[in-house]
Design a protein. Structure first.
Length: 370
């Protein structure tokens, strides 16, 4: 930016009709070309990690499920997995399958929510309505499972609090088949419609090398051709479900759309496969003792890898709980996507990382420079 004669600046956020949560960018542009982007976070801080240290560790399951409304199921499963490792608790195999089923159901409804919001952001309100209409099928399955549309509440340290009987399993099969059929009617728009593709193809480029060096996770890095997915580690029942990550090589907004679109279809198949393979047996065991030692536990949320670090001291209180949600590592890649692109593409590019700011922020430290 040595020549600043033609450079102008404008803010985007923290409150904007196209921003679902508070995140501010200061854009430096030359004409319609973005030269530089400065992000500002820190508008939301709920003190979650400190609250987790003050709570009885068993109560933190409820707390962690409220870090993010959309990802609540997998947050609860990740915290439970962390405590189970710290207390050497081996949960039943059926509980592993149940967690995988509900984790994929959460991924399915999250991706459908995002696909609808993205369609609206690029100017297709009818596509938004179609997608959100069909997302209702998933929310109704949640309600049939445990009485809640969003916060499922089925995770227990030591297993699960709810089982899936034969009648509920048949409802899953029937409703998911109906969802897949409905998705086929609008998915073609995201794959082939010229107007849609004009707003997504070759926009917001994140080359494979930059995706790695900037620390991208989830659909963002998989859309740059890298098969990075925590489910490949085989946690829960994923090692028995023949899971393979979905990748695209386009490195653009369209590739991020297609990764999430294909993962909705994949989640349906994984749920059905798990229901067919799930063994009989108990769904929970009693977790004995208190958390002790230092443990890291990672799972794959809809937005990417979620990282939990816990330090126990053999009491009912954790000495430390550190949580890194996937939006945080996807902000540096977002700056790469924006720089060099056109300012009219900002909404599509920002939405393409599926940002969730309220679950991302922990604390903002301000240093005074003498």
């Amino acid at each position: 930016m040595s020549n600043t004669q033609n450079i102008s600046t404008f803010p985007f956020g923290p409150q904007d009709v196209l921003l679902p949560e508070p995140l501010k960018f200061q854009f430096y542009v030359d004409g319609d070309k973005i030269i530089k982007v400065d992000p500002t976070i820190g508008y939301v801080h709920r003190g979650l990690e400190r609250a987790a240290e003050l709570n009885d560790y068993r109560r933190n399951l409820y707390l962690c499920e409220r870090i993010c409304g959309i990802c609540n199921v997998i947050h609860g499963q990740t915290y439970a997995g962390l405590i189970e490792k710290m207390t050497d608790t081996e949960i039943p195999e059926r509980a592993q399958y149940l967690r995988s089923i509900w984790g994929e159901l959460a991924r399915l409804q999250s991706h459908l929510l995002w696909l609808g919001l993205f369609a609206e952001a690029v100017g297709n309100p009818q596509l938004f309505l179609d997608v959100w209409r069909d997302r209702e099928i998933v929310l109704q399955l949640n309600e049939a499972t445990n009485g809640h549309r969003i916060h499922l509440g089925t995770t227990l340290i030591g297993g699960a609090v709810k089982d899936i009987d034969e009648s509920l399993a048949q409802k899953y099969f029937a409703e998911l088949d109906k969802l897949r059929t409905r998705m086929d009617t609008w998915a073609v728009t995201m794959r082939k419609d010229p107007e849609f593709l004009a707003k997504t193809v070759d926009i917001g480029l994140l080359p494979k090398k930059d995706a790695v060096h900037s620390g991208a996770v989830g659909p963002v890095i998989r859309a740059s051709g890298i098969p990075d997915d925590m489910r490949c580690n085989g946690y829960q029942a994923y090692g028995e479900l023949d899971f393979e990550p979905i990748t695209y090589d386009g490195c653009d907004v369209q590739s991020r759309v297609l990764v999430r679109l294909d993962e909705t279809y994949q989640s349906i198949e994984l749920i059905k496969r798990a229901l067919k393979q799930m063994p009989t047996g108990p769904i929970a065991v009693k977790s004995e003792g208190f958390p002790e030692g230092e443990i890291v536990y990672r799972t794959e949320q809809p937005r990417g890898e979620v990282f939990y670090y816990g330090k126990g001291n053999g009491t009912i209180h954790l000495e430390r709980l550190k949580i890194r949600t996937p939006t945080m590592p996807n902000i540096p890649p977002l700056l790469t996507m924006l720089t060099g692109d056109k300012k009219q593409n900002i909404p599509a590019i920002v939405h393409s990382i599926d940002p969730c700011i309220s679950c991302t922020e922990r604390i903002t430290e301000i240093k005074e420079v003498a």
